[in-house]
Design a protein around this ligand. Sequence first.
Ligand code: ZN
Length: 172
Amino acid sequence: MAIREILTVPNPVLREASKPVEQVTDDVRALMDDMLETMYAAPGIGLAAVQIGVPINVIVMDLAREGEQPQPRHFVNPKILDVDADFVPYEEGCLSVPGVFDTVDRPKRCKITYLNYNGGRVTEWAEGLYAVCIQHEMDHLKGVIFIDYLSRLKRDRAVRKVEKAGKSRVAA
Ligand code: ZN
């Protein structure tokens, strides 16, 4: 396993549409292992493959709270089959937009289908933080970032903040 570099805005790769995975091979599993290690190190609760520069339909997640056993989840070719009519607000952040948090409204629940680490098909309803996180990560697969839901002013400000932080890191 290896920690990969997480791309941040405005890196154009983050705007690419990810491609479907043909099969859950050992290579895909190795990528998911790296993604989880990268996500834990960041730390974060979800990561899409495109965020480490691999635009394929793969997501990892772990919603365990501090002190709980890790609960790694793997999603290959996830699709949303249905969503609740009810929307709920949640304050989101993103490893590709470090230091920026803002409220996004999303459907309260969503029904998803995906392949797991072993290539098995799972279909289930996600709710609560799980619903928020899977919708956020699946947006990444379409090149959509949570700041796209904010006003243009807030979005531009967020990108500038990340760019400025990145430059000072290089200078240090
Ligand atoms: Zn994100």
